[in-house]
Write a protein that binds this ligand. Structure first.
Ligand SMILES: [Ca+2]
Ligand SMILES: [Ca+2]
Length: 241
């Protein structure tokens, strides 16, 4: 078989005298080329049929990529549309958390902080080691007797001064602790209850369960409700605001 007439799959003419790639093929009068290098005589690369993509391969590629991109865009579109749906729930939860925090951060004293003995009282009794008078004893709910009350959340003279004062508190349209309405939260309603409740070894006289309920809309039938609960214990009975 003539080597000169045969084209191997690598397009490297073989020579019995000098067969190594990169050497001069004296029989053929050309260089023995490395597979994968450019063969200037044949106009192709040695060892490869073709370097490009066929039209069919290109069309299949475009179809596959188009289908993948369409799927991803569809998922993104759905996520974007659904992201606004839970706005009511998220705002209601944020309101409930804010109100619960406001109540939990209030003092938990034996006597109303307006009582001069509030900083020294050892318990809720009336007398030298307790509160000045019966009306000064801090009870669940807002105090109503002067000079300790009447208490409201934003009163200039007798504001809520213990967490328990919030028991029974309700606001339609959310306001901050200074009574100013918060833009966009006018259609929410928040209600608070506070109850003495033992927590483990801590007696009910020294622990309170706070429940905050936020509903939307503020009037009419509630379409969404968030109920959040938290505990407050009497760890600093003489700390005043
Ligand atoms: Ca009070
Ligand atoms: Ca009270």
């Amino acid at each position: 078989m003539s080597i000169h007439k045969q084209r191997s799959r690598f397009n490297v003419p073989r020579s019995t005298s000098n067969p190594e790639p990169g050497t001069w093929n004296i029989e053929r009068g050309t260089w023995n080329l490395e597979p994968g290098t450019w063969n200037p005589e044949l106009g192709t690369r040695n060892g490869r049929k073709s370097l490009g993509l066929s039209l069919i391969e290109l069309v299949v590629f475009i179809v596959v990529v188009s289908a993948a991109v369409a799927g991803v865009l569809g998922a993104l579109n759905m996520a974007t549309r659904a992201s606004a749906d839970p706005m009511i729930q998220k705002q209601a939860l944020a309101i409930a958390e804010a109100v619960l925090e406001e109540v939990q951060l209030m003092p938990f004293t034996y006597c109303d902080p307006d009582d001069p003995q509030a900083e020294t009282a050892l318990d809720s009794s009336v007398g030298a080691t307790g509160c000045t008078e019966a009306a000064a004893v801090e009870l669940i709910g807002a105090e109503g007797t002067a000079p300790y009350g009447p208490e409201t959340r934003v009163s200039g003279t007798t504001p809520f001064d213990n967490g328990n004062d919030y028991h029974g508190y309700s606001m339609s349209g959310i306001t901050n602790i200074e009574g100013a309405g918060i833009t966009g939260l006018g259609d929410y309603k928040a209600e608070v209850t506070v109850a003495a409740q033992a927590v483990g070894a801590i007696p009910a006289s020294d622990a309170q369960l706070i429940t905050v309920t936020v509903t939307w809309p503020a009037a009419g039938t509630a379409q969404y409700t968030v109920l959040l609960q938290g505990y407050r214990v009497r760890y600093a009975p003489n700390a005043l605001p």
